[in-house]
Design a binder for this molecule. Sequence first.
Ligand code: 6PG
Length: 229
Amino acid sequence: MKADGKQVSRWHTFANPLELERAATRIVLASAQQAIAERGAFRCVLAGGNTPRALYGSLCNAVTDWRAWTLYFGDERCVPAADPSRNSRMAGDAWLDRVAIPPRQIHAIPAELGPELGAISYAEALAGVGAFDLVLLGLGEDGHTASLFPGRDWERSTTWPDAIPVHDSPKPPPQRVSLSPARLSHSLKVLYLVVGEDKRDAVNAWQAGHPLPASRICPPGGVDVLMHL
Ligand code: 6PG
């Protein structure tokens, strides 16, 4: 898929992490309600790292038709599927193991196959999947998002398969699989969750127009950045 366009970003600051979590929960559930009402299905991409854990925990109590939810992951670490450092394990422990989303509708990235095979396999799983309804993303201190890190190979291209291998992540582990900028942009809505003083420099650079990886996600409807720094 080709990346196009310039990012339109909307910035939302919250007084504390709990207010941000509550706002994020409202946005996710509103997005799900709209998609299910319009199409009978809700396709959402989950963020990894630690920040989304609180949101995922709050979604355990949601009143929604879980049978209509289909989940994907924005990136995954190349470690065994049951490894506690997996993004899919974090989401499972905090949320997915506690709600009745049909397991066949939770599409973990098979990153245990390694970067190349994992990316090829996930790109095949995404073939024929249209636009996502919602993509959740985090932000690293260096401006990375998903496993798209600054100064890496992916930046020297404008076309990628839907899922790309990552070999040199500066954030351990080094080997990962990430959705591409274009695939992450192929979504009705994109929501960043950014919590922590350590993200302030990255946010300032992003807002100043520096070409951070996080600024390369350009959905037609723009992105919303929920922040508590
Ligand atoms: C990962 C994530 C990564 C994460 C950011 C922020 O595999 O770690 O995909 O992109 O979202 O690094 O991480 P925190 O939320 O832990 O600060």
